[in-house]
Design a protein around this ligand. Structure first.
Ligand code: DHB
Length: 391
């Protein structure tokens, strides 16, 4: 089998890349270890930056998002006994975020690729990539019991944080990994309940962080900071609601409760691998970088990476110009580190660190007061939250 771009991984990066390449007439094959049902049902975050929303709309993926998503013009920061709204729309000259779950984006992408006759192989195993330093790399894998081989011009490594492709870049002489682990995690729930707030609430409290998000008028998404070793089964529904309520009560918010139908622990890590390219291999999304969830940058960064990669591959196929491919890693890493800083900053400002003293708590409050009290500080948060424009 031959294709132009072999894409390893059918997550946001891989599927969006395949979609964008198709629109410019470049062929790809997408492979993934997981089943289609697994990909379409795994619950992740749900905040789309303005640039992600615009790209989806411009490329024909906007119908369900416009119908079922919710545009949010502001967010709330709860701390020190009050709730303070950041008006992102005003502060950024009319930009906003859209709350629309990641697995819904993936359903839209898969449907669009299949409708266009795209080649997606789910449930594959034993992936092996060879020949990255020549101009005819080969990707081998097993699909439906048969060993397959794809010869291609480029390999896109979009296989998420459990990546195989990242390790094809030799560590040490070429690849450097930057890593930070946080001493806490998030307990995330989905519940059948009415919204507790029109807009998201990021809450700082003595008991730790909580986040009140939403999915629809009848389904809510909530998170609270917990021990990374916490077991969701050890928490009853009543204990979960009580913990969330206590973390926002000081600021005057009241949580509307309901039946919890999904519970999960989300680990907190910051990770970047440099460079994101090696020979004919280009990494995109979580295969190359992970952010802690505060600020919901993961999917948006993946989309921003492939937006650049699509243009670089376009310049190669349309004009034999390799300049954008050569600068790919440098270009996308600037945004990756911007998002790393933003996610780390939001995390540090809002969470309770073990061993934190009263000094640390008061310093956090002072920072939150600056962010909500100074329009230039608020604008910095708003611009990063709604996302810098796609280059
Ligand atoms: C959601 C997740 C986030 O990490 C965040 O910062 C905001 C919202 C969500 O899943 O709704």
């Amino acid at each position: 089998m031959r294709t132009q771009v072999a894409i390893v991984g059918a997550g946001p990066a891989g599927l969006m890349l395949s979609h964008l390449l198709h629109l410019r007439g470049v062929e790809s094959v997408v492979i993934d270890l997981r089943s289609r049902a697994d990909i379409e049902e795994t619950i992740k975050a749900g905040v789309l930056e303005q640039g992600t929303v615009d790209l989806m709309t411009r490329t024909g993926l906007g119908d369900r998002m416009q119908r079922d998503g919710f545009v949010h013009h502001g967010i709330n920061l709860a701390f020190n006994g009050g709730i303070h709204r950041i008006d992102m729309h005003d502060l950024t000259g009319g930009r906003a975020v859209t709350v629309y779950a990641q697995h819904e984006v993936l359903k839209d992408l898969i449907a669009a690729r299949l409708a266009a006759g795209g080649d997606l192989r789910f449930g594959i195993s034993d992936t092996a990539v060879e020949g990255l330093d020549g101009d005819r790399p080969v990707v081998r894998f097993t699909h439906e019991g048969r060993r397959e081989e794809i010869e291609c011009d480029f390999v896109a490594g979009c296989d998420g944080s459990r990546t195989y492709t990242r390790f094809l870049i030799p560590e040490g002489e070429i690849r450097t990994d930057f890593f930070r682990q946080y001493p806490f995690a998030w307990f995330g729930i989905l519940a059948e309940a009415p919204p507790s707030s029109d807009e998201l609430i990021y809450a700082h409290s003595d008991r730790g962080f909580a986040l009140i998000s939403t999915r629809s008028p009848s389904v809510q998404r909530l998170y609270f900071q917990c021990d990374p070793e916490a077991n969701p089964d050890d928490w009853s529904e009543a204990q979960i609601w009580d913990e969330i309520q206590q973390r926002v009560a000081g600021a005057g918010a009241t949580i509307k409760t309901g039946t919890i139908f999904q519970k999960a622990i989300l680990q907190f890590r910051s990770f970047v691998c440099e460079p994101m390219q090696y020979g004919r291999l280009f990494l995109a999304g979580d295969a190359a970088h992970t952010v802690p969830p505060t600020g919901a940058k993961g999917l948006n960064l993946a989309v921003a990476d492939v937006h650049v990669l699509d243009r670089a591959l376009g310049a190669f196929y349309e004009a034999k110009d390799t300049g954008l491919l050569e600068s790919y890693s440098r270009t996308v890493l600037r945004r990756v580190w911007r998002a790393q800083h933003f996610s780390w900053w939001m995390t540090s400002m809002l969470h309770r660190f073990s061993g934190a003293t009263d000094f640390d708590l008061r310093r956090q409050i002072a920072e939150l007061e600056m962010v909500t009290g100074s329009s230039s500080a608020a604008r910095t948060l708003a611009e990063n939250y709604v996302g810098l424009p796609l280059t």
